[in-house]
Design a protein around this ligand. Structure first.
Ligand code: GLY
Length: 377
């Protein structure tokens, strides 16, 4: 069977399972699973950064299957996230992760005015986090003491598409100008000479001077946290798709080349949590593999070697790390929230989201949640 037929067959099995999972998951926003069943962050963590991904899965499945159930669940999550929009201290650099897969996906589906408003409010807030000194979008909040005012993270590359979308629908270039400046800054300070990415960069928020990097969720300062590499890989690819800037494409390829090289060093397993973790540590992060596969498939349109690497990652995930058992709610297992976390072999909702997005890309059926409807040339 060729790779497209395999992706279609796997997607159909996933959709069959998730139609049952969705039926028993009305009214919740999952992040991970306990004993195979979803938790619910809508109760105590409405501002949690992953709260858009289940909605995004629902939109992808709605467009794939046409089943109304998925749309209903997506709309419920979009409405629940209004509580977050009303909490300024719950708004951070992750607005793209929350509102692109929910409100913006809804707007792209049927032009809903209310969803448009939600998307623009989120984009205005994200743009407001830009610090012209240093040209970075501030990451996390603090208690008001300014201790995190100079912090930027590589993950934010994946939130820039919210700003590109806002410029596209308002004809106001300031959103995309901020996104481009942040991406240019990340090229300079976050991507090392060998194409690996740092996780956290700290600036002096008044002078804009770059002070130092931090290891964040990776193994150590100076190491290569694989999910951070994946955010950089797909994030720069998306910036290139939105802006047509050759520098963003070159950076995406540089990050991808390093990712592929590092993959070859762990042939006996999936993607490690950090490419620089000790070699006898076998901890994996399937979410990094799924996210990277999305970026590699897009880069594969420029060079087939990236597509081939994506297919290799997806084959590994689907053959070894995918649960199609409909008694469990998750798809991918062996994920890691961070290298030093004491939660071993987690499931993570965004791993499942990006697996679905990647498989749909392979059969040309992905709904453009992080991508524009029309690509820049
Ligand atoms: N954006 C946080 C993470 O990737 O865990």
């Amino acid at each position: 069977m060729n790779e497209q037929a395999l992706a279609k067959e796997t997607m159909d099995l996933i959709e069959k399972k998730l139609s049952l999972v969705a039926e028993r998951s009305r009214g919740i926003i999952p992040y991970t699973t306990n004993d195979g069943r979803f938790d619910d962050t809508s109760k105590n963590s409405i501002c949690w950064w992953t709260n858009g991904f289940f909605g995004g899965m629902m939109w992808q499945l709605y467009h794939y299957s046409g089943k109304e159930l998925y749309r209903e669940l997506a709309l419920d999550i979009e409405e629940k996230l209004d509580q977050n929009l009303m909490l300024p201290w719950g708004m951070d650099h992750d607005s793209g992760f929350k509102w692109l897969p929910t409100a913006v996906a809804h707007y792209k589906t049927d032009g809903s005015e209310q969803s448009f408003n939600r998307g623009i409010l989120a984009a205005e807030n994200l743009a407001g986090r830009f610090n012209p000194q240093g040209s970075f979008i501030r990451a996390w909040n603090d208690s008001g003491d300014g201790s995190r005012a100079g912090t930027a993270i590589i993950d934010c590359m994946m939130n820039l598409p919210l700003l590109y979308w806002a410029s596209e629908v308002t004809n106001d270039p300031r959103f995309s100008q901020i996104a481009i400046r942040h991406a240019d800054m990340a090229e300079k300070y976050f991507i090392r000479e060998n194409g690996s990415a740092i996780h956290i960069g700290v600036f002096d928020p008044n002078s804009g001077e770059f002070l130092h990097s931090e290891g964040g969720q990776g193994y150590a300062t100076g190491s290569s946290w694989t999910r951070g590499q994946a955010w950089a890989l797909y994030g720069f690819t998306l910036s290139a798709i939105h802006t047509g800037k050759p520098e963003h494409l070159e950076t995406a390829k540089k990050v991808a080349d390093n990712f592929i090289l590092q993959m070859t060093k762990w042939p006996e397993m999936g993607i490690p949590v950090d490419f620089d973790q000790p070699h006898d540590c076998k901890r994996e992060d399937s979410s990094a593999a799924a996210i990277a596969a999305c970026g590699l498939i897009e880069l594969g349109k420029y060079d087939i070697k990236y597509h081939e690497a994506a297919v290799k990652l997806l084959e590994f995930l689907c053959e070894n790390r995918l649960s199609l058992d409909d008694n469990t709610d998750y798809l991918l297992w062996n994920c890691a929230d961070s290298f030093w976390s004491n939660r071993e072999q987690m499931t993570l909702i965004y791993a499942d989201y990006f697996l679905i997005e990647a498989l749909l890309k392979l059969i040309d059926k992905d709904f453009p949640i992080f991508k524009p409807k029309k690509e820049a040339k």
